[in-house]
Design a binder for this molecule. Structure first.
Ligand SMILES: [Mn+2]
Length: 270
């Protein structure tokens, strides 16, 4: 199994500035691969060293944005068909829409996000945005949200789009119960894709987002989530909403790089 690490710095219609986040991650990721190549001592990185292919899109001209969704969908479709593991690193959360378009209904998406991106409130645009894009997806895979801090949207609306959702309150009050249910759902699913919107983290741990919300998760909680999913079922991992203008001494960049390397080891060391 090969891994396609695709960096897709899309950040129109929300969280402008996350484009730079993708570019930073792309640089750091390439540096990690180069360091691994240079190392003469056998390290754990050898498990994945020759299996990872790096790709980076650029959005410099108006033409680059033409059919961004169609282009992304076509590339994602190819990768999924080849059964490669997919890292999809994008700017704002809307950049993950092509994934939702392409993932089969049998796929379970474990979505970590402070928001449920189905906002239809009076002050929200009805045009496609990073806060409502699930309303615009062609068909949706089964989505389970973990860590939402929603205080406005009513359950009837949420249930239309989400197979399940566990607010941060449910996670804190009944962590074992929620992780148990997640484990069951993942065991039943054909395959699992993780979609991480960085604002699921508490700003105390991860300040580098444009729309931070309090009462978030600690990054280490993701280890429990990955354990519940199991490395065999995991077919891809998306990251979005990293806004480095709010980072402090690159610690958020390092958090994401550590996480990506951890996921690679999880996949290749088993
Ligand atoms: Mn969000």
């Amino acid at each position: 199994m090969n891994t396609r690490a695709i960096f897709f710095p899309f950040d129109l219609f929300g969280s402008t500035g996350t484009k730079v986040g993708v570019e930073l991650l792309a640089d750091a990721f390439q540096e990690m691969l180069a360091d691994n190549k240079r190392e003469r001592i056998a390290t754990r990185a050898r498990a994945y060293a020759n299996k990872v292919r790096f790709e980076e899109y650029s959005f410099e001209t108006l033409a680059d944005y033409q059919d961004w969704r169609g282009q992304a969908r076509a590339r994602i479709r190819q990768v999924l068909r080849q059964n490669d593991f997919l890292f999809w690193i994008t700017g704002n959360h809307l950049g993950a829409l092509p994934l939702y378009d392409e993932l089969s209904p049998e796929t379970l998406v474990v979505q970590l996000d402070a928001h449920l991106d189905i906002y239809n409130l009076s002050d929200c645009t009805t045009e496609l945005s990073h806060g409502n894009f699930l309303l615009h997806a062609e068909q949706l895979p089964r989505i389970v949200n973990l860590g939402q801090r929603e205080l406005l949207l009513r359950p009837e609306l949420i249930q239309k789009y989400y197979h399940a959702n566990y607010s941060v309150a449910e996670l804190v009050l009944n962590e074992a119960g929620v992780l148990g249910k997640l484990r069951e759902m993942c065991a039943e699913a054909e395959q699992v894709f993780v979609d991480l919107d960085c604002d699921v983290f508490d700003p105390a741990y991860f300040p580098a987002t444009s729309q931070p919300r309090p009462f978030g998760l600690a990054p280490s909680f993701l280890l429990k989530v990955l354990d519940a999913i199991g490395s065999e079922k995991l077919v891809g991992f998306a990251i979005s909403e990293f806004d480095p203008a709010h980072d402090q001494h690159d610690r958020c960049l390092e958090t994401l790089m550590w996480l990506m390397e951890y996921v690679l080891l999880l996949k290749y060391e088993r």
